[in-house]
Write a protein that binds this ligand. Structure first.
Ligand code: ATP
Ligand code: MG
Length: 857
């Protein structure tokens, strides 16, 4: 591709941090979206790359296929070439042909090409232009028409789109080909007749009303799955039979004591694991940890799918995925050095996730056992669909595992109930997330100029705006010709402020980034949208944000000094109130270390180092300067370098003009976010003072509470000691009182049969009775003594029985007596043969209980 004038660039990260519409790169074109939409300038008209893609959520979701078939992966490498307003259909098809037939020597008799057949509803005819180019290379019966589903590509509901041509390969045996011609199997989900390359001709823009308009600059976007290509070149019938996957499958076989190719069930599980370990490791490397929301949850689910296949089909009851990381690094580390660098990070994260999920599985199985036991007792063989849904939804226990276990034990579940519960939950999710986007009202052509690094107030005009409704609320998205508003990115929140016109002022509530463009969020628009406005950022809030952002860099630097070079940024969040910084480190940061970090940071702040900013540094140069890059940058962009003395970072955020303006920084918390990742929260400037004042107030109040004792700590220790002494005294007094009370009771004993009997009623503190009876045991001799109680305390009934040794020896049992009589006061209890108590709810049963106990003597 380089020989055809393409600029070859490295893969962009697979994890997308700053696009609300997409969590992961799912096609080679994602990193070029800005250029395709016309928002970013075209730097190179021809580009080629190999892009890490993930298809497990949203529009492209192949997850359920993966492992069961042999040609869909969760993560795969998409080879692509682009033309931005340069060559179009003919150039793209000719290049593709030359590459796979002349360079890679794939036999053309096995190749088929599809072209868009046209669509009446869209008012589009067949793509004869593409067909004519294919006719140069392929016989007519190898050029097939395809429908809108397969041969018309769209980026989303709106935006660039156009017809496409796919190249399919027939890899069946000669006999099979003789029986059924390949052309009949194209796009029919046949595992040996598969698509390898899609060439998209973007020539339209889809508007919100569904209509198409021609695109000013036509774009070629091609995508070829590397794994499918390798399989074709190596003459294999499965992606997993190539050298891309074979070493990993061998490793899995070794760990799980199984062999690939012996049994379809274990083969599926081995494929799932071989595929998923790539996704999991690359996602973590790109900065996406497993978690329970959004993109993190997608990764967690993939990891759990791998664990579960291992659990169910390979009998793996202990964590094992993490042991595959070294093999993955041996296979892919050379092409993706970031994987090697992050090994120490990836491994413990995977291990602890696996262990947590294995515990979930154990717990789920216990719950399921109980559900089955209950059903059995009730004489049923059906488990409620709601319970099954709860198992999955609340406990994360996989549905197919539930079904399997139920089936194995002769149970069924009510699918209708299950679907209802699922539908209900989906409905709730849908209404919460549904967003209605209006068409852009374009007032002026042109691009936004961001001036917010230098200015907080500028004259500007509205370029375009649209109305958006979500959750029953409606607001406007507004794009300005010039803006000082920083749009949320890289963990820094967006600016707020106003759009002013004469003496009218319209609030800007937030600034978000969409396809690289700053979009201002407003609930009210000025009447005259064509006027010239002053856009004014809330300067005080921005200053607070800048303090926190610059302090984040300083803390990052200080952490590396104090803890070591292994500290790497894993995420951050910067708001006007505080800053949060996540970084790799394997144990808790000790209070002494934290103190050192804080001291070093404050020292750097006091040195009042000026901001040295360079806005357009080529990425290579920035790295040479020693700048720390976060999550890997997208190639091709010049980067912005932010330097304060020894701290050098690639960063697009807002910063203070010199560190002194931060005032001071205070770390207020240090916690763990995931295995091997710690989080620091800190405050700066006035907020740091506030923390100090709060501590000062606490001290003053303490001092006042302790009569202004000069040595606070000593005074507190003294108070604690005194308190302990008093508590002990009180306990002794209580015991004495209780003992006396019980002795008194005995004095009132009557004769009943041959027993000395004490009947106690009235209101007594149960604690005192229990303590007293326990102590009394030492004072009662050989006599046959029984104390029966039916008392109450604060409206609650209580019964008790005390028996002397002589009575216990006769076979009487206080525990049994109380247990039986407790029913009469609607309660329960028990104890030992010589003493037992019970509480209850019904005071009116006390007399009956007393009689029953006495009758038992
Ligand atoms: P299919 O119909 O086989 O799922 P697709 O139409 O989804 O393919 P495109 O979106 O056109 O594929 O992607 C371009 C190329 O990327 C495909 O020709 C194929 O080689 C590769 N590809 C797509 N999805 C996957 C996947 N899940 N795993 C591996 N390669 C894939
Ligand atoms: Mg697909």
């Amino acid at each position: 591709m380089a020989s055809k004038g393409h600029q070859v660039v490295p893969s962009a990260p697979m994890v997308i941090k700053d696009d609300p519409t997409l969590m992961f790169t799912n096609a080679g074109m994602n990193p070029w979206k800005g250029i395709i939409l016309g928002n970013d300038p075209i730097k190179y008209p021809r580009v080629a790359d190999s892009q890490k893609c993930l298809r497990v959520s949203g529009k492209h979701n192949d997850l359920e296929e993966v492992g069961h078939d042999t040609y869909h992966h969760t993560m795969f490498e998409m080879l692509g070439n682009w033309s931005f307003g340069d060559y179009f259909k003919e150039g793209a098809i000719d290049f593709a042909w030359e590459y796979i037939v002349d360079v890679l020597k794939i036999d053309p008799k096995n190749l088929y090409a599809t072209v868009f057949e046209g669509s009446k509803e869209e008012g589009l005819g067949r793509d004869d232009e593409a067909a004519a180019v294919w006719a140069k290379h392929l016989p007519a019966d190898h050029i097939l028409n395809g429908n809108k589903h397969d041969n018309f590509w769209e980026m989303g509901d709106t935006g660039p789109c156009g017809p496409c041509s796919e190249i399919h390969v027939d890899s069946r045996s000669e006999e099979e080909k003789a029986q059924v011609p390949g052309r009949e199997l194209v796009n029919k989900d046949h595992p040996q007749v598969i698509e390898i390359w899609n060439i998209v001709f973007m020539q339209f823009n889809r508007k919100a009303d569904g209509s198409l308009e021609p695109l000013a600059k036509k774009v070629i976007d091609t995508g070829m799955g590397f794994e499918r290509l390798v399989r074709t070149i190596q003459g294999k019938q499965s992606n997993y039979d190539t050298d891309v996957f074979q070493p990993m499958l061998a490793k899995i076989g070794e760990l799980c004591h199984c062999e690939y190719g012996k049994d379809e069930k274990t083969d599926v599980a081995m494929r799932v694991i071989a595929d998923h370990i790539r996704t999991i490791a690359f996602a973590i490397t790109d900065g996406q940890l497993p978690s329970n929301e959004k993109a993190g949850y997608v990764i967690r689910r993939i990891l759990r799918r791998a664990v579960r296949y291992g659990y169910t089909f390979l009998g793996m009851r202990e964590a094992f995925l993490y042991k595959l990381v070294p093999q993955l690094i041996a296979d892919m580390g050379e092409a993706y050095p970031e994987l090697v660098k992050q090994e120490a990070q990836i491994t413990p994260v995977i291990k602890s996730e696996e262990e947590a999920f294995l515990r979930t599985l154990d717990k789920g199985i216990t719950l399921l056992d109980k559900l089955m036991a209950d059903a059995k007792q009730a004489g049923k063989t059906e488990i409620s669909g709601v319970d099954v849904f709860t198992l999955k939804d609340t406990y994360g226990f996989p549905l197919d595992l539930t079904e399997l276990i139920l089936r194995e034990n002769g149970f069924t579940t009510n699918e209708e109930e299950y679907n209802k519960a699922l539908e209900h939950q989906k409905e709730m999710g849908r209404s919460a997330n549904k967003q209605d986007l209006g068409d852009w009202n374009v007032l002026r052509e042109g691009d936004t100029e961001f001036v917010g690094y230098d200015e907080l107030e500028v004259e500007t005009q509205i370029l375009r705006y649209r109305q958006v409704s979500q959750k029953g609320k409606s607001f406007y998205q507004v794009v300005l010709s010039k803006t000082p508003f920083y749009a949320e990115m890289g963990g820094e929140v967006g600016d707020t402020g106003h759009l002013q016109f004469d003496n009218l002022s319209f609030a800007i509530l937030d600034t978000k980034r969409e396809n690289g463009l700053p979009v201002h969020i407003m609930t009210e628009l000025p009447e005259d949208v064509n006027a010239t406005f002053i856009a004014k950022v809330d300067a005080e809030r921005r200053q607070a944000i800048a303090c926190n952002h610059s302090a984040t860099h300083i803390i990052h630097y200080a952490l590396r000094q104090v803890l070591g070079e292994h500290v790497e940024q894993k995420g951050s969040f910067v708001s006007p109130d505080s800053l949060r910084f996540d970084f790799s480190h394997f144990q808790k940061v000790t209070p002494e270390e934290l103190r050192k970090v804080e001291q070093l940071a404050n020292d750097l702040i006091r040195r009042d180092m000026p901001l040295e900013e360079s806005r357009h540094t080529p990425i290579a140069k920035a790295k040479e300067m020693g700048a720390m890059a976060l999550f890997g940058e997208k190639y091709g962009d010049d980067v912005r370098v932010i330097k304060y003395g020894p701290s050098i970072e690639l960063c697009g955020g807002c910063h203070v003009s010199s560190t002194g303006r931060i005032g001071s920084v205070r770390i207020i918390m240090e916690t763990s976010v995931a295995a091997g990742i710690r989080r620091i929260e800190a405050v700066t400037a006035a907020k740091a003072d506030k923390i100090y004042y709060e501590m000062q107030d606490t001290m003053r109040n303490l001092q006042a509470a302790l009569n202004n004792a000069p040595d606070l700590l000593q005074a507190i220790h003294k108070t604690i000691e005194e308190n302990a002494g008093l508590k002990k005294q009180a306990e002794e007094l209580f015991k004495e009182k209780a003992e006396m009370f019980c002795k008194e009771l005995i004095a009132h004993a009557i004769n009943y049969k041959d027993i000395r009997l004490v009947r106690v009623d009235g209101e007594y503190n149960p604690e005192m009775i229990r303590t007293g009876l326990t102590l009394l045991r030492n004072h009662v001799g050989d006599e046959p003594l029984a104390i029966l109680g039916a008392t109450s305390w604060q409206g609650k009934p209580m019964i008790f029985v005390f028996l002397s040794q002589a009575l216990v020896a006769r076979g009487l049992n206080a525990g049994a007596m109380v247990k039986s009589a407790a029913k009469l006061i609607q309660g329960g209890g028990g104890g030992q043969p010589w003493m037992a108590t019970a509480g209850g709810r019904d005071v009116s049963g006390l007399n009956a209980a007393m009689e029953e106990m006495q009758a038992a003597l």
